[in-house]
Design a protein around this ligand. Sequence first.
Ligand SMILES: *Cc1c(COP(=O)(O)O)cnc(C)c1O
Length: 231
Amino acid sequence: MSIAENIQAIRQRMAAAAAAAGRDPKEIWLVGASKMNDADACREAIAAGIDALGENRVQEMLGKYAEGAYEGAPLHFIGHLQRNKVRQVVGKVSLIHSVSSLPLLEEIDHQAEKLGLVQEILLEVNIGGEESKSGFAPEEIFSAAERAKELPHVAMEGLMTIPPVEQVPHGNLPYFQEVYRLFVDISRKLYDNKLKYLSMGMSDDFEDAIAAGATMVRVGSAIFGARNYNG
Ligand SMILES: *Cc1c(COP(=O)(O)O)cnc(C)c1O
């Protein structure tokens, strides 16, 4: 299957999941997680109508950016971001999904101020409470959103989560539902019900994420094929 055929198949599954939940599929973004795929693969996904591409590693993103890999689609940063690399990301991407700490949030504000722009961001929730994952604990997320609201050079647009690896089919549905509840609560209490994006769901569980209210799914291997970590 080609990248274009994979995207078409995923769009159909997204539409079915949205219909089953009584939702409009047009309100759900398909973000291609293009890590470890080259500029040509990115271009193929853009030509096939992907809504955005999301990268995880700053160096890889900068290399592909210089090659023009992302022309024609919004570029997002979805991976773990170190504070000392913020400078290289702010202003290049239209959305940073993975803001996982207050120092990182404040550094993004600082770098965006220097460039005279407002960086759109999401706050990452570590919904499974895993040591190995970054993100705010569910009980910290509301105060993180309050802090984000005070910063003039970040625009907080919603939440993102990466739940634990599923042990049984639909095992992550309760996590997605919990993050949806946090999203709705923050949106209602701080943003006049206007928060835009809830980024959750990957190749193996995006339909459950849509059932729970995701407005962005981040899909990698189901679009680009299995990643070869042995290079
Ligand atoms: C790689 C990645 C994805 C996509 O994972 P797949 O299982 O390949 O669909 C989504 N989100 C993030 C943050 C990722 O790093």
